[in-house]
Design a protein around this ligand. Structure first.
Ligand code: NAD
Length: 374
């Protein structure tokens, strides 16, 4: 029996709206703690524009300290027009960036799951995406977005030159590949490592190190490891996405491939994510869970936001931070059932379906959980 400590950071715009439905789900799990054996202590703090309005900074030191000791941090969204004119280093997004940095979250997990009820909303044919369930693990703190040298300089001939450096070290590659292998073990045991080893030395190193981890540290794991060039992977994702189980790749390719995979499944309002750090001596990883979408200022305050990406992020927290895989699967099934029953927020509305508010959706998920556990 474990008591988990969740830090909730609703943030700005629709963040508080989708978080309050997620809290409804957490409360439901707490209500049946005598059957699961586990319970959740929940604390809420400000981040982003909400924190700027309260104290002038996008995240307070005390909030970062709480995030560092929490079993999981759940974040809604940050940002909005009210804070757009602030200097870059004072913007709401800095709060999120600081949390990611201080928690050293180097692995970003983006599942692409296609619920059959939404398969027709995909830009691909139903048979290509129905039942799709793949996971992209993106390295988040290294590579070309951080490499030195970088910058724009003036050349003697009057031209300007822009430079960024793709750079990876052994340890940076190995630690993210380890996470990807461990995740693949809990799924279909197939891992595809993606780079451009045909034209980039950093890609050659990535491929060698990924294979090394698999051969030397997980030799008996039953993992089927393959390698693919990033351009081919981009093509395969639209040609036959169900061939993949887990993909592990660098920061740049992961940025693009995870957005491509996300769009196979439909709306932004459906996409959860997780970012994980290194494991401590007890195997516990620092972790932040958040929907992929932003604060959606255009629909804020109307009660129409889709809370399923945020609730799906809670399902990921149950799976990866609480070792509650059965409960996570149950929550994912509850989401699928709500969609099968025809309930839709505006972003995923289809002809003949029933229009639902943010609150309707949260309540329907809880009702499904209740029905499943009856
Ligand atoms: P957005 O994701 O907020 O919205 C894009 C479109 O998708 C909008 O039309 C919005 O209404 C819709 N949408 C998004 N989530 C939805 C949901 N759950 N239900 C229904 N519809 C939904 O992206 P944007 O408009 O480019 O950015 C708005 C603000 O959010 C900006 O300030 C941006 O910086 C910030 N942002 C924050 C994060 C984050 O917190 N991680 C991520 C992206 C953008």
């Amino acid at each position: 029996m474990t008591n988990f400590n969740f830090l909730l950071l609703p943030g700005d715009g629709i963040g508080p709206e989708v978080m309050s439905e997620t809290r409804r789900v957490i409360d439901w799990f707490n209500g049946r703690s005598n059957t699961t054996g586990n319970s959740f202590d929940v604390e809420e703090e400000l981040v982003g524009g909400a924190s700027i309005d309260a104290s002038g900074i996008p995240v307070a030191d005390g909030t970062v300290e709480k995030a560092l000791v929490a079993d999981a941090v759940l974040l809604g969204a940050v940002g909005g027009p009210k804070w757009d004119e602030l200097p870059f280093d004072q913007k709401p997004e800095r709060g999120l960036l600081r949390l990611r940095k201080e928690l050293e979250l180097f692995a970003n997990l983006r599942p692409a799951i296609c619920y059959s009820a939404l398969a027709d909303a995909s830009s691909l044919k139903r048979e290509l995406v129905e039942g799709l369930d793949l996971l992209i693990v993106r390295e988040l703190t290294g590579g070309v977005y951080f490499g030195e040298p970088r910058g724009i300089s003036e050349l003697e001939n009057g031209e300007r030159r822009g430079i960024n450096t793709q750079v990876y070290t052994t340890s940076e590659i190995r630690r993210v590949v380890r996470i990807a292998i461990e995740l693949a073990q809990k799924r279909g045991s197939r891992l595809c490592s993606v780079e451009k080893a045909n034209v980039m030395e950093s890609g050659v190193l990535w491929r060698q190190e990924a294979q090394w981890v698999c051969d030397n540290e997980y030799a008996d794991s039953g993992i089927e490891m393959s390698h693919m060039y990033a351009d081919n992977c981009a093509m395969q994702l639209v040609r036959q996405p169900k061939q993949f189980d887990v993909i592990v790749t660098d920061n740049l390719f992961g940025d693009m491939l995870s957005d491509e995979a996300a769009m196979l499944t439909g709306s932004l309002g459906m996409l959860p994510s997780a970012s994980l750090g290194a494991a401590d001596e007890n195997g516990r990883r620092k972790a932040l869970y958040e929907p992929v979408h932003g604060s959606a200022p255009d629909i804020t305050g109307q009660g129409v936001a889709n809370p399923l990406a945020m609730i799906g992020s809670l399902a990921m927290a149950l799976k990866y931070s609480c070792d509650m895989g059965d409960e996570a699967d149950m929550l994912d099934r509850a989401i699928a059932n709500v969609l099968d029953n025809g309930l839709r927020t505006g972003d995923i509305m289809q002809a003949g379906m029933q229009q639902a508010s943010t609150e309707d959706m949260g309540k329907a998920v809880v009702a499904e959980l209740e029905a499943m556990s009856a």
